[in-house]
Design a protein around this ligand. Sequence first.
Ligand code: FES
Length: 204
Amino acid sequence: MSAVEGRPCQLTVCRGCCCGTRKKVPGVDHKAQLARLSAIDDHSGRTVPVRTSKCLGICFQANVVVVQPSQEGRAAGGKPVWLGRVTEDALVEAVDDWIFDGGPGVAPLPAVLADHVTSKDAKKPKKNKKPKHSKAAKKERHKAREKKRARAEKASGSGQRPDKDRAESKKPKKPKKPKKNKKDEKDKKARKKEKRARKAAAQA
Ligand code: FES
C-alpha cells in the first residue's frame, strides 16, 4: 500500500426516521441494501468502512448515502458526495464500481448517480400552489359561483322566484306601538287633579 493511499473511502448510510424504513421507502429490502454496501471493497482489496447514522436531515431524499473520499481522493480535492433516493440495486452497484475505481477525487462520478447527488442543505421542493390572484384561480372561483347559483335555481324549481311568492313569503310586520307623549300624560294628570278638587269643593 502506498503512503498516499492511506485511509480508504468510507460510507455513511442513513438509517433514521425515514431512510431504511418500509413506511417511508417501500419496496426496498433495506437490510440487504446495508449488507451490500457493507461488502464493498476498493481496488486495494480493503473493505470500505460503513457507518450508519441517525437522520441526516434531508428525509425527503431517503435513502441517503454519503461517500467519503479516501485519503488519496481528499488529497486530490475530493469532497464527500451525498447521494439521495438510493432505492435501486443499480445505484448500489454504481457506488461499488465508483469506490473500486477510487471514489471522489480520483474517479469520475458514474452517470447513473448524477441525478442522485444532493447535499445536507437540500431543500424540500414546495408543492406548486396556484397564486390566489392568478387568472386561473379567478376563473375557478367564477366557475364555482356559477355552479352554486345554478344549483340554487334548480332547487327553487323554475329558476328565479316570482316577485309574488317573494312578497308572500315575507313575514307580516308587527304594528308599532305609539310612543307615549310625556306632555299629554302631564295634562291628563293635571285635569284629573282639578276634577278631584272641584268635587271636594262641591261636597264641602
Ligand atoms: S432519516 Fe435519513 S435523512 Fe432523515
